[in-house]
Design a binder for this molecule. Structure first.
Ligand SMILES: C[S@@+](CC[C@H](N)C(=O)[O-])C[C@H]1O[C@@H](n2cnc3c(N)ncnc32)[C@H](O)[C@@H]1O
Length: 289
């Protein structure tokens, strides 16, 4: 099966679904983390995430990863967030052995390779085009590794997920990485509010954020600029994440800056001298109270 098209060669590689539909620019961005996880370990052994699936997928997709690999900063950002997310999820499942995890906008990531703890359940969910691309590459293995179709920009996305009651019988781990910055601020608020309303107390929500100054600037981003996707949501303060619902609490926030060495730290210090602003690129762990 050939998943790669050529007509957007002026930009990055172009992916097609098995039914030969070209993915949209935002859907194409899934290649950026896939390439980083497939090929980035060799560049950054200290941040290696040992993704056993990503290189295999890249090979099957017949995509030349070098276009995205050239953007070293983004490769490092993806490895950094992958390791943080994995550690947060492993700690969560160590505490909640029967819990469910939900990866919203999963792309072609495969967290369950690291997170299968024997009794937990994981649901990978994305738009239908992406899920049809994913299906032959990373088939679900019910009952504990599941797949679902979701459009987070639709009003009833949570209901349409049709998670069984038992998924919500204990706290849930919800991941949304590399997704929300492509949404309008109102759409992000709705996603956060929906999750805050339905998730059981003790649930954890992990998402990555860009600073507000990045909004509208994706054309200058070495990887995202090649897809023609655009950033529409960024934050000035971390508190903006929790302001939309009283059940949301900021448990921890991380900035990628120190991973980039003294240059990253210096840049962040110039950008945020008093440490009051949200990082240029960061990861937030939210707790549902
Ligand atoms: C940069 S990729 C991130 C993929 C994955 N989370 C990862 O880190 O490998 C962005 C993903 O968001 C998904 N996405 C965009 N809009 C979406 C929507 N309305 N509902 C669900 N997923 C969406 C895209 O299809 C794509 O897979």
């Amino acid at each position: 099966m050939n998943f790669a098209g050529t007509e957007s060669a002026a930009y990055g590689p172009c992916l097609r679904t098995p039914r030969n539909r070209a993915l949209t620019p935002v859907q194409q961005t899934l290649l950026i983390p896939l390439v980083a996880r497939a090929l980035g370990d060799a560049l950054y052994p200290g941040h290696a995430c040992d993704d056993a699936q990503a290189a295999r997928l890249l090979d099957r997709l017949q995509v030349d990863g070098n276009t995205y690999l050239a953007d070293r900063a983004t490769v490092l950002n993806v490895l950094w967030r992958t390791r943080l997310i994995r550690a947060a999820a492993q700690a969560f499942f160590a505490e909640h052995a029967q819990a469910w995890g939900l990866n919203l906008g999963c792309g072609l990531s495969h967290y369950f390779q690291w997170l299968d703890a024997g009794h937990n359940t994981w649901v990978d969910a994305d738009l239908s085009e992406v899920m049809s691309l994913r299906k032959p590459l990373l088939p679900a293995q019910p009952p504990r590794l599941r797949a679902a179709t979701v459009d987070l920009q639709s009003a009833d996305w949570w209901q349409r997920l049709r998670l069984p009651q038992r998924a919500l019988a204990q706290p849930m781990f919800v991941l949304c990485e590399g997704v929300l910055m492509y949404f309008q601020p109102d759409e992000v608020r709705q996603v956060l509010q929906q999750l805050a309303q339905v998730l059981p107390s003790g649930s954890m929500l992990v998402l990555d954020t860009i600073a507000r100054c990045g909004v509208g600037q994706a054309q200058w981003h070495a990887s995202v600029g090649q897809t023609q996707a655009q950033f529409h949501w960024g934050i000035a303060q971390m508190q903006e994440l929790t302001a939309c619902h009283p059940r949301l609490q900021l448990r921890q926030s991380h900035s990628v800056a120190p991973s980039h060495g003294w240059m990253g730290v210096a840049m962040e210090a110039m950008w945020n001298p008093w440490g009051q602003s949200a990082p240029l690129y960061g990861l937030a762990e939210l707790l549902v109270q």
